[in-house]
Design a protein around this ligand. Structure first.
Ligand SMILES: Cc1ncc(COP(=O)(O)O)c(C=O)c1O
Length: 384
């Protein structure tokens, strides 16, 4: 069965790095919740609520299984998106434990800005270190007692943090912690994340074939390093006039630590369906299409392609042609690409002086005809 049968045959969607298209089983799981057992999770005793509880608990477990992490060490909480998760954790790190905060030049604005705010709040210096051209980090860097925030995969060109596991080890040996931005890694680079011993991993379900939702996977040992400063219903077992008892003190409810207020129960349940679906998919076609676009773009004289390697996410500009105009021209043919700086202003605009770019990001919904349509349209543009 074609899980994207709802997609018009001539709509070529190439913005999966922003939001994946959702396959039928995910939409069905969401509808099932809304139509058959719409209920509040983790609070109610009636039958619908029990169904919600079972499915929400299953999704928490599936996230850990997908990342090959043990529930003895890690737990899964839900938020709005990657940005919210990163800010939530960074804004709770207690002062006087770390001497600096480190991020890299290649980051999305989401960790880039959140680390600016955290450095200011904690009164510690912030370092922005340059990635190696292959996306790795120089492992001889000094990570002493540092809060480190790196992206696992770039949203510009899919570049991976190649030596992730080595870096995580170094940071821990030097008394630091690492929070990973896995927004771009979850859908197509889960192997890179598997068994990482990061202190926290933040991601967006909407880039992983699921509804809009944020995911935090945190190591249990991170919690003592955080202060409780964001509270609400669902997080407490008892409240007196000026004190409260956190539900997260009970190991069985530790995930409530980051979940103030009602959660997006239907979306969480549908994320479970997205993980099941994703684990059954073969990425052979996606990789072949990505390679085809990479080779096509690399072979054009007027095109400057940022990618050094093929990836589902490719960014480029065309000499003498405004990227936004090109994006608009492609849109006339129902080809949907992104144009601009993709929330990576520092790296693209300031450090490298690139003009606004075009980003073509593929997902498992893409068909061979989409690739042909894109390459034909680009040939016409380049010949004009
Ligand atoms: C690498 C990276 N980090 C963080 C984000 C922020 O994700 P969200 O807007 O879902 O919070 C994005 C979004 O595109 C991203 O690509």
């Amino acid at each position: 069965m074609d899980d994207f049968a709802y997609l018009s045959p001539d709509a070529a969607y190439f913005d999966a790095a922003c939001q994946s298209l959702r396959p039928a089983p995910v939409i069905q799981a969401l509808n099932d919740y809304y139509q058959n057992f719409n209920s509040c999770g983790e609070r109610v005793k009636y039958a619908w609520g029990k169904q919600t509880d079972e499915k929400v608990a299953a999704t928490r477990a599936k996230v850990l299984q997908y990342l090959k992490l043990s529930p003895r060490e890690y737990f899964t909480s839900f938020t709005l998106n990657t940005t919210y998760g990163l800010n939530l954790i960074l804004s709770q790190i207690a002062p006087n434990q770390f001497v600096k905060i480190i991020t890299s030049n290649l980051e999305h604005n989401s960790p880039f800005l959140a680390t600016i705010a955290a450095a200011k709040r904690l009164g510690i210096p912030r370092e922005v270190i340059d990635r190696e051209p292959d996306g790795s980090i120089n492992s001889s860097h000094d990570f002493t007692k540092s809060i480190v925030v790196f992206g696992a995969v770039s949203n510009i060109d899919g570049r991976e943090l190649k030596n992730l596991k080595e870096i995580v080890k170094k940071i821990h040996q030097q008394g630091g912690i690492i929070i990973l931005d896995a927004a771009q890694a979850l859908a197509h680079n889960a192997e890179l994340l598997a068994k990482t011993e990061a202190d926290a991993i933040c991601a967006s379900a909407h880039k992983m074939y699921a509804p809009s939702l944020g995911i935090i996977v945190a190591h249990k040992d991170l919690l003592p390093k955080l202060e409780v400063n964001f509270l609400g219903g669902g997080m407490v077992d008892d409240v007196e006039k000026s004190t409260f008892q956190l539900s997260a003190e009970n190991p069985a409810h530790i995930y409530t630590r980051f979940e103030a207020g009602l959660q997006a129960w239907g979306e969480i349940i549908a994320l479970g369906a997205a993980i099941d679906w994703r684990m059954q998919q073969n990425t052979k076609n996606l990789m072949a299409y990505s390679k085809s676009n990479f080779e096509f773009l690399r072979g054009q004289n007027r095109i400057k392609l940022l990618n050094r390697e093929f990836s589902p996410t490719l960014s480029f500009c065309v000499e003498g042609l405004d990227s936004h105009l090109l994006g608009a021209a492609l849109s006339h043919e129902n080809i949907m690409v992104r144009t601009g700086y993709f929330c990576a202003h520092y790296y693209l605009s300031h450090q490298n002086n690139y003009p606004p770019l075009v980003r073509v990001s593929l997902g498992l919904h893409n068909r061979e005809s989409d690739i042909a349509k894109f390459q034909d349209a680009m040939r016409k543009v380049l010949e004009a």
